[in-house]
Design a protein around this ligand. Structure first.
Ligand SMILES: Cc1cc2nc3c(=O)[nH]c(=O)nc-3n(C[C@H](O)[C@H](O)[C@H](O)COP(=O)(O)OP(=O)(O)OC[C@H]3O[C@@H](n4cnc5c(N)ncnc54)[C@H](O)[C@@H]3O)c2cc1C
Length: 500
């Protein structure tokens, strides 16, 4: 069968894109120059919005069962707890997944690879993209598998090939930003004594370290900054004399130690004709808040249904332009906010100063004492606040919901979203005119009884919401306006599906 989409890179972004496309009947090829899924645990935090997407795709529970829900953040000094921020159910009422999940990226990639296989698609390992050309008819790529060259033709090409993306370089796109001067270390270690299950931040006189659990291996992940006078080729032994007293632990075995520099950059374009960039290929930033991998997965979800619609003749080609318009805005914002958070932590130079002068007296009491502050923190970290108000797909306001917002969660309006397709939601009474318009457009309509929870979530009684295949509201229709709905469908030549 002819390939519709060639995906370069089988990291989390490429794998989720492949799953979301395959689910929609699109013929994908996914290649990776490595021989198997990554072995480094890298990204640990899986946020609520990612789990909501996984629920839609049917494997959120499998991910949750393999991870650890972080119940609390502890701040420690000299091996003793000095402050605790409860994190359990921090987003209660906001998401079916009101927590942060700790789940190592290598386990995560293996699970995604298995999910993709269940869709009938195998990753083509040991296969590297060398070059490609594109014209009005498609994309022609030169691949190298174990030293043997061959070509691949496809309608679209997606560069999910990480921060050193060859797709981005070949498209001659700028990747502007900078590189932080600090050198980070990351280690997976086994420690003596009972295993820690929370996120623990250790702030010392001239350093800081984070420790969080890796469930599948009963290990602890340690992350921090190397001292300025560290040797050129540091090992865990460089850090042991600093880390053990700081963390109050004894490390019995080191399973992985690596160092890396952190960059903050965004590509100038996310699309050039038939080629798209997603994930680290499009944007990289400081790991503050564990946003990188989750953002790449969000890119993949945003892009998959648009490519599928385009290939299936279900929308005007202009729909594809909304991918860059929606995602580049968020990527730029994210680089700025993670940069601020990162600078705050490292530029203080003395972690103790940050701890004593700011975090302890100001931030922790507010976060511990006020549910509202914790909810705001959850909304920001979990990515449930990502919205596309300026998108050509977005319009209207009903209650607190503006076109482009994530559909607020109310138990349980997310169940019908598993069709991965457009739908209309009404909370309260359905106007027969709207029902008739939906029927004529072949648009499934789900009516939910009005509830207090719906009001608390910001929905408006008797309003209608046109929900996109990626669970964002396109149109918020306070009076169930059929003309607005019909106008959007006509403008983008949207073809809905009665079968979903
Ligand atoms: C130490 C560390 C900790 C991190 N912690 C977090 C965290 O807690 N939370 C978070 O959200 N993010 C975190 N991140 C960031 C996260 O790891 C990345 O954002 C994520 O891996 C990006 O996924 P991706 O699929 O876009 O790219 P990648 O994971 O980089 O995957 C790209 C893939 O493309 C393949 N490839 C590259 N070039 C080619 C080619 N020419 N041909 C074929 N294949 C190719 C590569 O082999 C690779 O498998 C962390 C990163 C690091 C380094």
């Amino acid at each position: 069968m002819a390939t519709h989409v060639l995906i370069v890179g089988a990291g989390p972004t490429g794998l989720v894109l492949a799953i979301a496309l395959a689910r929609r009947g699109i013929v994908v090829r996914i290649i990776d120059k490595n021989s198997a899924p990554g072995l480094a645990s890298r990204a640990m935090a899986v946020h609520a919005r990612t789990l909501e997407f996984y629920r839609q795709l049917g494997f959120a529970d499998a991910v949750i069962n393999q991870g650890i829900k972080i119940d609390a953040i502890h701040l420690r000094e000299h091996g003793a707890d000095i402050a605790e921020l409860p994190f359990k159910d921090i987003g209660a009422g906001l998401s079916p997944y009101p927590f942060v999940l700790s789940y190592p990226q290598d386990d995560h990639e293996r699970l995604l690879t298995a999910q993709l296989k269940a869709e009938g698609v195998e990753v083509e390992w040991n296969t590297e993209l060398e070059s490609f050309t594109q014209d009005d008819w498609g994309v022609r790529a030169v691949l190298d598998t174990d030293g043997e060259r061959h070509t691949s033709s496809s309608v679209y090409l997606c560069g999910c090939d990480g921060s050193r993306s060859r797709v981005r370089e070949s498209l001659k796109l700028e990747f502007t930003g900078g590189t932080y001067q600090h050198l980070y270390y990351v280690a997976d270690v086994e420690t003596a004594g009972p295993p820690n299950r929370d996120l623990v931040g250790h702030l010392g006189a001239n350093t800081f370290a984070l420790m969080l659990p890796v469930r599948s291996r009963g290990m602890q992940r340690l992350i921090g900054i190397l001292p300025a006078n560290a040797p050129e080729h540091p090992t865990f032994e460089t850090m042991r004399p600093i880390l053990e007293p700081l963390l109050g632990i004894r490390v019995e075995q080191v399973n992985w130690f690596s160092t890396y520099r952190v960059h903050h950059r965004v590509a100038s374009r996310f699309r050039v004709d038939r080629c798209f960039l997603a994930g680290d290929a499009a944007h990289i930033h400081s790991p503050a808040g564990g946003q990188g991998m989750n953002t790449g997965i969000g890119d993949a979800i945003n892009l998959a249904w648009k490519i599928a619609h385009s290939l299936q003749g279900r929308a005007d080609q202009a729909l594809l332009d909304t991918y860059e318009a929606e995602r580049i805005v968020f990527a730029r914002k994210l680089v700025i906010t993670t940069d601020r958070a990162f600078q705050l932590i490292v530029s203080q130079g003395t972690g103790g100063q940050l701890l004593r002068s700011w975090l302890l007296p100001h931030v922790f009491p507010v976060l511990s004492g006020f549910a509202l502050a914790r909810r705001t923190l959850f909304k920001t970290l979990s990515q449930v606040m990502i919205h596309y108000p300026d998108s050509p797909l977005s319009g209207g306001r009903a209650g607190e919901v503006i076109g482009g917002d994530r559909l607020p969660w109310v138990p349980d309006n997310f169940t019908p979203l598993q069709t991965l397709d457009w739908q209309l939601h009404v909370y309260g009474k359905t106007d027969p005119l709207l029902a008739a318009a939906a029927h004529a457009l072949c648009l499934p309509l789900h009516a939910f009884a009005w509830s207090e929870a719906a009001g608390q979530a910001g929905l408006l009684e008797d309003a209608a919401y046109l929900v996109r295949p990626d669970m964002h509201v396109a149109l918020a229709l306070p009076r169930q306006e059929t003309d607005v709905l019909q106008e959007l469908a006509a403008r983008l030549q949207l073809r809905f599906s009665c079968n979903s």
